[in-house]
Design a protein around this ligand. Sequence first.
Ligand code: AMP
Ligand code: MN
Ligand code: MN
Ligand code: MN
Length: 290
Amino acid sequence: MLDYDLHCHSSFSDGSLTPAEVVGRAAERGVKVLALTDHDELEGLDEARAAAARHGMRFINGVEISVSWRSHTLHIVGLDIDPSYQPLAEGLQKVRSGRGARAKKMADELAKAGIGGVLQGAYHHATNPNMIGRTHFARYLVEAGHCKDVKSVFNRYLVKGKPGYVPHKWADLKDAIDWIRGSGGIAVMAHPGRYMCGRGSMGKKTMRELLVEFVEFGGQALEVVTGSHTPEQYAEFARYAEEFGLQCSCGSDFHGPGESWRDMGKLPDLPLSCRPVWQLWEQDASSKVA
Ligand code: AMP
Ligand code: MN
Ligand code: MN
Ligand code: MN
């Protein structure tokens, strides 16, 4: 079992716990090295780092950047980033700025489908209004009794082809990697298995083309063990990592109690062929990580 958890969310994006609560839960569940990776947002890192110090846990500054690549939305995790690096902070500010207008369109689409009052309801669930997103809509729709849980809301309303799905242009892949690398961080392709399932998803050929570009632009790791992968996918993406010379990462992608694919920590070991991503900062004696 791994005591690293390098992907999770707080209420600064679409998690339901504060950064300090996330860290406390991780500590209780045996995590020794934690990265908080809020979507397009760095504001929770200071609180998480301070809490981690109180728990004697090693903390890695992280972020998960929303990216548009061809017709796909991808998530690129940055690990060991420097939150004070201006191009990163400014780039994320721009990525966030489109969320308000998108939320309004989502609410309009849902109203056309007969569900009103969603915008206000969703904002009520967003602690950080700049980061309004689909999860906040999902929580409101559960609260209002339209579905039994967040997952069902996504399947029924919020994914490609459903009434509340609004396409959106996020950051460019190259920009996201440049911001992460420029700040001294490591660029990780998050949950690749999720890009290969569902409507409009990519096939193996496209996944290979994506990985070629990712490596060309400076991407260094692939998330192999993540809450939304099956054990078969751990093996599959360990093979891709080997083929493309990528390090391997692991994280729960925890969003909140009772809501996520899996809880924090206690992740299964990486497949044997994997070179763990933490080698990159543990080998680096001059690493900024405290
Ligand atoms: P957004 O960035 O606003 O498009 O929201 C993306 C977030 O929605 C992801 O980070 C997940 O937290 C959540 N999400 C996406 N697809 C699903 C799904 N099928 N079930 C549950 N949550 C999902
Ligand atoms: Mn999320
Ligand atoms: Mn993600
Ligand atoms: Mn995530």
